[in-house]
Ligand binder design. Sequence first.
Ligand SMILES: NC(=O)c1ccc[n+]([C@@H]2O[C@H](COP(=O)([O-])OP(=O)(O)OC[C@H]3O[C@@H](n4cnc5c(N)ncnc54)[C@H](OP(=O)(O)O)[C@@H]3O)[C@@H](O)[C@H]2O)c1
Length: 303
Amino acid sequence: MKTRELGRGGDQVSVVGLGAWPIGGGMGTLDESESIATVRAAIDNGITFLDTAQAYRTSETTLGKALRDGYRERCFLATKVSRGYSPDDVKAAMDDSLRALNVDHLDLYQVHSWRNDHYPIEATMEAMARVQEEGKTRYLGVSNFNAAQMETAYGFAPFQSSQPRYNMIDRDIEAEDLAYCETKGIGNLAHSPLGKGLLTGKYAPGHVFDTDDERSNFPRFQGDLFARYCGLVDRLQEVAADLGLSMVQLAIAWCLRHQAVSCVLVGAKSPAQVEEHLGAAEADLSEEVVLKIESILEDTPEG
Ligand SMILES: NC(=O)c1ccc[n+]([C@@H]2O[C@H](COP(=O)([O-])OP(=O)(O)OC[C@H]3O[C@@H](n4cnc5c(N)ncnc54)[C@H](OP(=O)(O)O)[C@@H]3O)[C@@H](O)[C@H]2O)c1
């Protein structure tokens, strides 16, 4: 598995990471033993980066079980504070996460999103710095912050990484945020790289998602808009086939073409899904292919 530096001077991490939101049940209920097998398949195949969050339902607890028997020592473990950002919230969330994950420290602790209505970011970041000083996490990170928000937060506690949404159909961060991170030496962890399944190419218009799957509530996965996305992905799938890649692999490799991306966090529900992700780490997209994809993406609905 190829690795990249997580921000300037940071650890080397696998370019493909495992996103642990699906194993928490947010995209449909999963069997716990299958989830544990998924996590272990990722680590056994050289994926070192694991990402979860306080808010990912049962994800931290299931990960904690998967990381027994020596698996914890083989990975770079990241979680997030999600439910409240006061200093007391940060402190309590950290201790809850360590307990759920059954570990004595994290590798990365991230602020899940910029929700600064009740507490100034200064107080949140200072609390983050405190849990780092206490040895509970090696690095700090933020998620879903834009460049201006990162600049403000960085002034109170320097952090190593940013975790933005980034995939072929969600590209807002290309305007400013990626360049900001490159200048500052902040690594990027691309989340939702498969557009939550849309970029797998396996869905057809009219597909109905179960009510326990978050996608049953997302406009993008309904009706005419969903059909238009499926049409776009059909065209991208032809590019993938010409390269001998699956659509899933093309979508991950496309994120990795950007050097500001340290690791692509891909959600998976089974060992077989994880195994498909591995091939993306080896795929190098030529400039010609990137341009071809660019011309197809000009027709992105809502783009
Ligand atoms: N910071 C944030 O606010 C934030 C937000 C979202 C996600 N994240 C992080 O980013 C990670 C990735 O995002 P995500 O899990 O939401 O979505 P994603 O990676 O874009 O899509 C994951 C889903 O795609 C399908 N899939 C995955 N591999 C596949 C394969 N090989 N073949 C066919 N289908 C496949 C699976 O669902 P189906 O099989 O049911 O289609 C899977 O649950 C998360 O797990 C989480 O760690 C962070």
